[in-house]
Design a protein around this ligand. Structure first.
Ligand SMILES: NC(=O)c1ccc[n+]([C@@H]2O[C@H](COP(=O)([O-])OP(=O)(O)OC[C@H]3O[C@@H](n4cnc5c(N)ncnc54)[C@H](O)[C@@H]3O)[C@@H](O)[C@H]2O)c1
Length: 259
């Protein structure tokens, strides 16, 4: 039902979690995928999954905060198959500290990876997409970009910034056949959340998620893959919550009436 334009997809953070699920799913649909990550072991793991599906993948070590590293990764993709026409900015980090004691260095690091990293990769991708007359950018936002969470001063701020950055990309690149959208996942079980969700945290989240469970990476990657498809060409500048209804809900009890 969905098809993809010719060209390469580059997935930052492709060595784990949501990025890995996108890489495997796209490669399974016949798209050549560059798996880019700081974690070499994660890259190998994703490439092994891609091979199992009979897909084509290239692993590239990438630190999204370093302009030279970003340029090298895109250069490797271009040498392999030509311009990157699909970019998924899934590289991200989460640091949880109380607001009053949040170390400035940690705050800057989160902004640097999550926001500046996505900016740098999209900026590097834009020229190739422009030349191809086609491009798809999907940034990873979060429900934390809309709702505050304890300890998430840096993370939540970075994801709110991603929503704005996505609109900016959509406006300035739209005329070249490029779309930029964001996906805002709800709580998803990955390596990122493993250390910050204990059993009590998970139990406290569940009543707020109408779907009744925490997402798997595949729940999120399905929406990302759709936004990368040809058929999504008229969707631009949006942030799509993929959260089981978390952002839609608020009041859980009205007098004696409750779910
Ligand atoms: N898991 C969730 O609940 C959740 C919810 C909302 C949004 N998100 C967002 O989705 C994205 C993916 O998260 P995930 O849950 O799959 O996390 P994850 O930790 O499983 O994967 C993130 C990947 O990014 C890589 N990475 C980190 N810093 C990097 C850097 N400087 N350069 C290149 N790669 C780097 C890591 O090595 C890792 O492989 C993130 O942007 C995250 O903020 C996750």
């Amino acid at each position: 039902m969905f098809s993809f334009d010719t060209g390469v997809a580059l997935i930052t953070g492709g060595g784990s979690g949501i990025g890995q699920a996108v890489a495997v799913s796209l490669a399974g649909a016949g798209v050549p995928v560059v798996v880019a990550d700081v974690n070499a072991r994660g890259i190998d793991e994703t490439l092994a999954h891609i091979r199992t599906k009979g897909g084509e993948g290239l692993g590239v070590e990438l630190d999204v905060t370093q302009a030279a590293s970003v340029d090298r990764a895109f250069g490797a993709a271009e040498d392999w198959k030509g311009p990157v026409t699909s970019l998924v900015n899934s590289a991200g980090i989460l640091k949880v500290e109380p607001f009053e004691h949040f170390p400035e260095a940690a705050f800057s690091q989160v902004l640097n990876v999550n926001v500046t990293g996505s900016f740098q990769c999209a900026q590097r991708a834009a020229s190739g997409m422009k030349a191809a007359g086609f491009g798809r950018i999907v940034n990873l936002s979060s429900v934390s970009g809309y709702r505050a969470g304890v300890g998430r001063a840096a993370y939540g701020t970075s994801k709110a910034a991603i929503n704005g950055l996505t609109r900016q990309m959509a406006l300035e690149l739209g005329r070249y056949g490029i779309t930029a959208n964001a996906v805002a996942p709800g709580p998803t079980v990955t390596a990122m959340t493993e250390p910050v969700y204990n059993a009590e945290t998970k139990a406290s989240l569940l009543p707020m998620i109408p779907a009744g469970y925490l997402a798997d990476p595949e729940d999120i990657s399905a929406a990302i893959v759709f936004l990368l498809s040809r058929q999504a060409r008229y969707i631009n500048g949006q942030t799509l919550a993929v959260d089981g209804g978390y952002l839609a809900s608020g009041m859980l009890q009205t007098a004696e009436l409750k779910l």
